[in-house]
Design a protein around this ligand. Structure first.
Ligand code: ACO
Length: 344
């Protein structure tokens, strides 16, 4: 029989944790810039020049965020060779949950059959996937859970005012997922993560009604207060500053320079934001994973979606050092550096 740990004994050294598999899912319907020209006063040229976006995916009326999350989760579990019944925790990062409660992770759990997992919802907007990865990593690292399924999923189309050209052209629907496990012996996995928030700027990007501050009513609906509101120009400025700074800090903590990084996966908010970050970091454009032209800004889904695409098409390879960086409503931001370990 083993004796209980001595109270003064130091905790065991943290074990490295790695992404052991990933997956993604987008709805079938494509909404192009030309389609948007028929809905609001805009043009394909304006959208491409200001954002780099050409099309985005839009979920069907009957599809909810958990439906997108479920498909991404199934693919991630398959790639990590993990059975649903063996999943230790599920985190779903989203600002478009199926319902205010129960949390969307519980809905995914039940349909996956992951009956031993505990489930948390996480609201950090576009930074949600990185927030989820870091919180899950710490639980796997300490042995509190054997593994974790982290999903970023959004049905942004459900909270957009389709008459407001300044926001409706920017967002899309989708889901990205990753499984975290202890890294194989001798491998490093996630090397460093930095997370930050600034709630004093919350009103630059928010959804006014439908919460406890302003419960939904006929008046809030009539005023369109159940739709996302954003002061784009201000958000743009903060996004560039915080993403560049978070990336630098994460690199510093990992003991690396930008020249060591093979791939940068930025939150896909706007091609100009991505270019500005590249400039600030001194990182050439061909080292960025970019798919904003096809999916728009999918908020919490964006990094997982881009990661999965680049892993599946062979751009990200075993041993590559990858920097992920995000910024979103709150404000929230984060950056993470990892050594990619190809699932076998
Ligand atoms: N089509 C045509 N014209 C438009 C459109 C449109 N879809 N939208 C706005 N305009 C007009 C404006 O009315 C304005 O006209 P005006 O000069 O006559 O007033 C002009 O274009 C310029 O508008 P700006 O808002 O200054 O345009 P900007 O170059 O800043 O681009 C954008 C706007 C794309 C929203 C940009 O500011 C941006 O990407 N912001 C950051 C978004 C972001 O990063 N979000 C991250 C988090 S998202 C999350 O957390 C859920």
């Amino acid at each position: 029989m083993s004796s209980p740990p001595h109270p003064s004994r130091p905790p065991p050294p943290a074990r490295p944790v790695a992404i052991a598999g990933c997956g993604a899912h987008v709805p079938a319907r494509v909404l192009t810039n030309r389609d948007l020209e028929r809905m609001v006063e805009t043009s394909h040229e304006w959208i491409v020049e200001r954002t780099g976006m050409r099309e985005r995916r839009i979920a069907a009326d009957h599809e909810a965020t958990s439906d997108l999350a479920l498909e991404a989760a199934r693919k991630a579990l398959q790639s990590a060779r993990l059975a649903p019944a063996d999943v230790g925790m599920i985190a779903v990062a989203t600002i478009t949950p199926d319902h205010p409660f129960p949390n969307t992770a519980c809905l995914v759990q039940s349909r996956l059959g992951a009956r031993h997992a505990f489930c948390v919802g996480l609201e950090a907007a576009c930074s949600g996937f990185l927030y989820g990865l870091e919180m899950a990593r710490r639980l796997v690292e300490t042995g509190a859970v054997p593994n974790a399924l982290v999903i970023g999923a959004e049905k942004m189309s459900a909270i957009l005012d389709w008459k407001d050209r300044s926001t409706c052209v920017l967002f899309g629907d989708g889901a990205g997922a990753a499984v975290l496990k202890p890294a194989p012996a001798g491998r490093r996995g996630i090397l460093s993560t930095v997370l930050g928030s600034d709630g004093s700027l919350a009103d630059l990007l928010y959804l006014p009604a439908g919460g406890s501050r302003r419960p939904a009513s006929a008046a809030t609906v009539a005023a369109g207060e159940h739709y996302l509101r954003m002061r784009g120009r201000e958000v743009f400025r903060h996004a560039v500053t915080h993403m560049a700074q978070a990336a630098r800090t994460a690199l510093h903590r990992a003991g690396l320079g930008i020249q060591d990084i093979r791939w940068v996966i930025p939150h896909q908010a706007n091609l100009r934001i991505i270019a500005a970050i590249g400039e600030r970091l001194g990182c050439p454009a061909d080292r960025f994973i970019i798919n904003v032209e096809r999916y728009g800004n999918t908020s919490a889904a964006s990094i997982g979606l881009a990661l999965d695409e680049a892993v599946r098409d062979g751009r990200i390879r075993d041993g590559d050092l990858v920097l992920m960086v995000a910024f979103g409503a709150g404000f929230t931001w984060g950056a993470s550096v990892l050594e990619w370990i190809q699932p076998t």
